[in-house]
Design a protein around this ligand. Structure first.
Ligand code: TYD
Length: 138
């Protein structure tokens, strides 16, 4: 499947609000369109630093701002779209073969990532021109 920017979308996660605070939960398949095989989080990002700058061959991910805010710039090789993430009950779906950059972290910001597969360095495309070449040959 040739993924495009139109496949990247916001998913609203369940949220239970109470006087004591809010709770959001995520079950694979039920709340997100894949089974969750890995969870990781990016935190303590120094001001001005950027994360990401890669694509994945097979991996699908959901990025959630668990705390604070950041911007996710998604790129399918033809079009780019920026998502401002600042709510713990919204996730942005990043399908396979989409270049992503995570920028503008607020101080104390935490990016929670739900991933469809375990970590595999061979699934990364870290060179942008290689990504474009693969996109155009798909
Ligand atoms: P990477 O995904 O490149 O980070 P980012 O895109 O946010 O800059 O990961 C940075 C390093 O962390 C990488 O060299 C491998 C390691 N890592 C793991 O070992 N397991 C994981 O699940 C992740 C996400 C990273």
């Amino acid at each position: 499947m040739k993924t495009t920017i139109d496949d990247c979308r916001i998913i609203e996660l369940p949220k239970i609000s109470a006087r004591q605070g809010n709770i959001t939960f995520v079950e694979g398949i039920k709340h997100v369109p894949f089974s969750i095989e890995r969870v990781y989080y990016i935190y303590d990002v120094p001001g001005g630093e950027e994360r990401g700058a890669h694509a994945h061959i097979e991996l699908m991910q959901i990025l959630v701002s668990a705390m604070g805010a950041f911007d996710v710039i998604l790129d399918d090789g033809h079009q780019k779209k920026k998502f401002h993430m600042d709510r713990a009950y919204y996730g942005v779906l990043v399908p396979r073969m989409i270049w992503r950059e995570i920028v503008n972290f607020s101080s104390g910001g935490i990016c929670l990532v739900l991933a469809s597969q375990p970590y595999n360095e061979h699934d990364y495309i870290r060179d942008y021109s290689h990504f474009i070449k693969l996109k155009n040959s798909a």
